[in-house]
Write a protein that binds this ligand. Structure first.
Ligand code: PEP
Ligand code: CO
Length: 446
């Protein structure tokens, strides 16, 4: 284990949302193994990413983060990972084309294996077992064997993250993310308005690429892309062993991902999560829900970004469509007062959960878009750059969120509802959203 005891100051504070591991000796062994495994990301990459976020915070770029609510081990297949990456790449092209801003691409991927839950336990037909806390902790299957937290799963989370990241890196440097492949990313999806609109943009991009080629431009930026990864930094038994000291600078980096965010349920200023993540160099995100106060914002800035370092801090607003216009302005104003320049992005998913009459946890596409609109309105009123979008999505044809151009209704949810935690936008809904957000960005610049 990294012997930097400064990093252990969090241990004196309340650590919410941690599993009750039954076997502490086994856990200690796993933590030790993890701490000796190679880092998943490197300090230099994290620094580069921070400088990109700084560009977005300064109004010169837009951050797009997308992926599962909860990644699972069984779904870390080449097809599913590729479809998710394709979806994010397509969304990025749409956003870039519409707004003429560079789009920073990031997955909610390669580490999103731990979930905060409202209850420690779940009861079904008189049987009570530990709640599912993500594949890094226990299994989704409702049996004692699967639900008891097992530290070996932390190692499997590491290995699955490593193979996911390996595929991401291979895709992005091996030609898959080549802008000349814009049409390819659209193949295999059924015809619908979003895919048809996308084809038009792709043809324009194609022409532009051919024009540049004819001019003799052959830039690496067009052939490869940078694709970063981030997840919620929830489990100390994973994040702490993955935190290493950079030999160049002597500074600490959480090498489990480029970007680590603190969830709405664990962002207390006196809690262990904020303390621990205040000690690492990574850019940090904090989810901000409607109960946040101006004081919360000011103290989070002072604790997580005391030096007011460009790119260090991202606030991820997740208010809900009906609340955002009322609740966000006072919080955004506070950042001006603190003389800080955090990046503000919108997560239009987590404030808009509903349970349908037939018992599915879902979200309405229209509510999601209404929250995005509210976010842009508030940003415009306060002169803040609407810096990015954080979405739960999948590249597959699931039926988990209601609405969109396919008019998914409550009965459709029964067809392909595959998420283990929150409902995700499917491929088409994601692309459709990108067009609508691009429109908002264009209007914002007017
Ligand atoms: C999530 O991002 O899946 C999540 C739990 O979000 P929040 O912390 O905003 O509720
Ligand atoms: Co979620």
């Amino acid at each position: 284990m990294n012997e930097n005891t400064e990093l252990d100051s969090y241990q004196k504070l309340e650590a919410k949302q941690q599993p009750n591991w039954p076997d502490q000796a086994h856990l200690a062994q796993v933590r030790n193994t993890l701490s000796n495994l190679p880092p998943l990301v490197f300090a230099g990459e994290v620094d580069n990413f921070k400088s990109k976020i700084a560009e977005a915070a300064a109004g010169r770029a837009f951050l797009l983060q997308g992926g599962d609510c909860a990644e699972t081990f069984v779904d870390a297949t080449a097809d599913r990972i590729r479809n998710r990456i394709k979806t994010v790449l397509q969304m990025a092209v749409v956003l870039m084309y519409g707004s003429s801003l560079p789009v920073i691409k990031m997955g909610r991927m390669a580490g999103q294996f731990a979930k905060p839950r409202s209850n420690d336990t779940e009861t079904r037909e008189g049987v009570t077992l530990p709640a599912y806390r993500g594949d890094a902790v226990n299994g989704f299957e409702f049996t004692e064997d699967s639900r008891v937290p097992n530290p070996d799963r932390l190692l499997q989370a590491y290995n699955t993250s490593a193979s996911t990241l390996n595929l991401i890196r291979a895709f992005n440097s091996g030609g898959f993310a080549d802008l000349r492949a814009v049409h390819e990313w659209n193949k295999g999806f059924m015809d619908n308005p979003a895919n048809a609109n996308y084809e038009e943009i792709a043809s324009d991009v194609d022409r532009a690429m051919k024009f540049m080629e004819a001019c003799g431009v052959d830039s690496a930026e067009l052939r490869t892309t940078e694709f970063y990864v981030g997840h919620e930094g929830l489990l100390f038994d994973y994040e702490r062993p993955m935190t290493r000291t950079d030999s160049r600078t002597g500074k600490s980096y959480d090498t489990s991902g480029h970007f680590i965010w603190i969830g709405e349920r664990t962002r207390d200023i006196d809690g262990a999560h904020v303390e621990f993540l205040s000690k690492v160099e990574n850019p940090i995100g904090v989810k901000i829900g409607p109960t946040a106060t101006k004081d919360d914002i000011l103290s989070l800035i002072d604790k997580l970004d005391p030096k007011r370092e460009p790119g260090k801090l991202t606030f991820i607003s997740r208010m809900g469509a009906t609340k955002i216009r009322d609740e966000l302005p006072r919080l955004m104003e506070a950042t001006n007062e603190a003389d800080a320049l955090p990046l503000w992005i919108t997560d239009p998913m987590h404030g808009n959960g509903i349970t349908t009459a037939n018992g599915f946890k879902s979200r309405r596409f229209d509510d999601v878009m209404e929250e995005v609109k509210g976010f842009f309105e508030v940003c415009r009123a306060l002169g803040v750059h609407p810096g990015g979008l954080h979405v739960e999505l999948t590249g597959d044809d699931v039926t988990e969120c209601l609405g969109g151009s396919d008019h998914i209704d409550e009965t459709d949810l029964e067809q392909r509802y595959e998420t283990v935690v929150d409902p995700r936008l499917n491929h088409k809904q994601s692309l459709e959203m990108a067009f609508l957000v691009a429109e908002e960005l264009v209007n914002f610049k007017r």
